[in-house]
Structure formats: structure tokens, C-alpha cells
Design a protein around this ligand. Structure first.
Ligand SMILES: [Zn+2]
Ligand SMILES: [Zn+2]
Length: 153
């Protein structure tokens, strides 16, 4: 029986998290991993108890929805909230991180970023990751393989 790879396993988790997103513009999921263990996860959504874009519409300023906290930020904040170290961790994200998340990822000591889809990959984010020696790699998510595994029994 062929098992899915670690990369596909963590990427599947990020895509599952993305399904909890409350923003209608883009559904993003992020999983923070240390030593092949999931230590945190996040999706883009409003602050706890806040209005959701899916109910009230997006709050758009300068073509960005400002209502939500990004998936990567939510995952890093979860680590802060529960006192879990992010130093040397890896992050699996459904989309290439924005500039703000890029900086938060670097500053939290995360050493590798695996992303499934390109998303407005900002040249400055690419430059900052390189400068900070963060390994960045595209890992396309093969959902058919993951779900066919679940259905074959
Ligand atoms: Zn929104
Ligand atoms: Zn972001």
C-alpha cells in the first residue's frame, strides 16, 4: 500500500484548513511543521467573534480585504498564544505568501516555505526569503492522489 509523501500530507492539511476560510476573495491555508509534526495551522479569516466576509462582504481598502488575518499569520499567532517555538520550523501554504506574511515567516525563524500555487509572487518577498536563507519550494498539491487513497478501501 503506497502511502502519501510527507509533503502531500502537510499540503493536504493546508488545503483542508483553507476550506475553513471566511473570505470570499481567496481561501488560504497554512500548516507549521517541526520534525514532521504539525504544530499549528491557520486559514485566512476574521478575528475571533468578528464579522465574516462570507456574511457581510469583504472590507476592501486599496484592493485588499482588510477584514481577515492571513493564514500564515494565524498559524504563527497560534504558536505565540500557546508558547510553541517556531525557530527552525517549516510552513506549508496553499499560496505563495504575501509580503507581510513573508516578513513574519522570516522573523519567526521558520526556515522553509513550501507552497502549492503561485500567487502574485512579490519580487521583494522572493529577495527577502533568499537574503534570510529561507528555503522556498513549490510543491503542487495532488488532491486526486490523496482522495483516491481514501476511497480505495
Ligand atoms: Zn474578505
Ligand atoms: Zn499574507
Amino acid at each position: 500500500m503506497e502511502r502519501i509523501t510527507w509533503d502531500q500530507y502537510f499540503m493536504a492539511q493546508s488545503h483542508l484548513l483553507a476550506m475553513r476560510s471566511t473570505c470570499t476573495r481567496l481561501a488560504v491555508g497554512a500548516t507549521i511543521v517541526r520534525d514532521k509534526r504539525i504544530i499549528a495551522g491557520g486559514y485566512n479569516g476574521s478575528i475571533a467573534g468578528g464579522a465574516h466576509c462570507i456574511d457581510e462582504g469583504c472590507y476592501v481598502i486599496d484592493n485588499h480585504c482588510v477584514r481577515t488575518i492571513h493564514a500564515e499569520m494565524n498559524a504563527i499567532i497560534q504558536c505565540a498564544k500557546f508558547g510553541v517555538p517556531t525557530e527552525g520550523a517549516e510552513i506549508y501554504v496553499t499560496h505563495f505568501p504575501c509580503l507581510h506574511c513573508c516578513k513574519a515567516i522570516i522573523q519567526s525563524g521558520i526556515k522553509a516555505v513550501y507552497y502549492a500555487q503561485d500567487y502574485k509572487n512579490h519580487p521583494y518577498a522572493i529577495e527577502l526569503f533568499k537574503q534570510a536563507n529561507v528555503h522556498v519550494e513549490q510543491v503542487p498539491f495532488d488532491s486526486t492522489k490523496v482522495f483516491s487513497f481514501l476511497n480505495k478501501s
